[in-house]
Design a protein around this ligand. Structure first.
Ligand code: KG4
Ligand code: ZN
Length: 371
């Protein structure tokens, strides 16, 4: 149980300094239960005081994907003690907080409700401001926590559920330049992994196998390459892999490695092409060297990172990818989004709804913000 008493408010082990703020973040939108405490200093820089992530991989692995009902129940079972751990690691108590932030969407509604209600309850009991965080915004702002990146920047968000290129011009000021018309890129990795029985989630294992494979063995399509705009498509590529695998079955270890390498090379080409198109559309509007931020679980892929760094460098962009443990789902990014919002006075009321669908373009925009 989370202890919350008046005594906590005056706990002497922690003293507030200047206008620094500490926010508790809660993330339960998919299959990670996570709680974290993040501090935002008066100068706008961030520091992670604790970051606890409990993956439900083992629960979902037998089904080859996330089962919403199982996810929601697992969040219920784990969240309370995770929040307590986050307080303990940060050496803080609930009274030391300046606010509570929880992911309100987009995501699986059962899980969202668990995190959102817990966050609201803690905020209400401790009389702290509450922030209902958009999960995509949390991914989008992570590079400001880890690398103090200034607005504006270009964001490539590549997760199991989303593949988007967004011009991030300010807090809540997001223009989507491109998105997938079918599968998300992480989903494509996962589905290809499933074809070869590589377990779930498939991205890391496909990458591992690809290291020993011959990417030139199969000429897979590069959907959308060279098209106007910045949209993606991965469904045709996935089907091409499946048809070729069926044709060559039964497959040996080397065959699987070659498939993984050729698939990953095709994905990497597609991402590089679409990012190049976005860079050409993006107006950095400042004399500073422009930045491409790569976020989401697929940003952990070294081949993807290396290739994106090359295409960005060709056009004078730096690439910033948050550390691996902050690329996937976590609560530090949620707490940080809460910090940024509260710093602009953007608290939410306790009737903020959980939203299965919540496009970035519908996120509230901060007025009069400074980079
Ligand atoms: O951001 P994330 O942790 O969760 C959400 O989907 O929101 O992303 C998970 C996705 C999965 O599809 C997983 O297969 C993929 O990221 N992924 C990778 C790698 N590591 C994780 N894909 C390719 N290569 C990797 N090394
Ligand atoms: Zn995510």
């Amino acid at each position: 149980m989370i202890q919350c008493s008046q005594a906590d408010v005056h706990k002497p082990m922690f003293t507030s300094s200047g206008s620094a703020m500490r926010i508790l973040g809660i993330e339960t939108s998919c299959d990670e239960t996570a709680a974290a405490v993040v501090e935002r200093a008066a100068d706008g820089s961030g520091r992670i005081l604790s970051n606890i992530v409990l993956s439900q991989l083992a629960e979902h692995a037998p089904y080859g994907g996330v089962v919403p009902e199982i996810a929601a129940r697992a969040h219920v079972g784990a969240l309370d003690s995770l929040v307590q751990q986050a307080f303990d690691e940060a050496s803080l108590a609930v009274g030391d907080l300046d606010g509570v932030a929880a992911t309100a969407g987009p995501g699986l509604i059962g899980g969202l409700l668990v995190g959102l209600m817990t966050g609201k309850a803690i905020a209400a009991a401790a009389a702290k401001p509450f922030v209902a965080v958009n999960h995509l915004e949390a991914h989008a702002l992570t590079a400001r926590l880890t690398d103090s990146v200034s607005f504006p920047y270009l964001l490539l968000l590549v997760t199991g559920g989303h593949t988007q290129i967004v011009a991030v011009r300010g807090l809540g000021d997001y223009t989507r330049l491109g998105t997938t018309v079918d599968d998300a890129v992480g989903e494509a990795f996962d589905k290809v992994a499933k074809m070869f029985g590589l377990g779930w989630p498939g991205g890391p294992e496909v990458e591992r196998r690809a290291m020993h494979g011959d990417a030139a063995r199969f000429a897979f399509p590069r959907p959308m390459r060279g098209r106007a705009g910045c949209d993606f498509s991965f469904s045709g590529l996935k089907t091409a892999v499946r048809l070729e695998a069926e044709r060559l079955a039964p497959l040996g270890e080397q065959d699987v490695a070659d498939f993984c390498a050729a698939f990953q090379a095709a994905v990497t080409d597609c991402l590089a092409d679409r990012v190049t198109a976005a860079i050409d559309l993006f107006d950095p509007r400042s004399g500073d060297r422009p930045v491409l931020v790569v976020a989401g679980g697929v940003a952990a892929n070294q081949a993807v990172r290396t290739r994106l760094e090359a295409v960005a460098a060709q056009r004078g962009f730096d690439v910033i990818a948050p550390p691996l443990d902050l690329c996937g789902d976590n609560a530090a990014m949620v707490a940080w989004a809460g910090c940024e919002r509260l710093a602009h006075g953007l608290a939410d009321t306790l009737d903020a709804p959980a939203r299965a669908r919540w496009p970035l373009a519908e996120v509230t925009r901060a007025e009069g913000q400074a980079a």
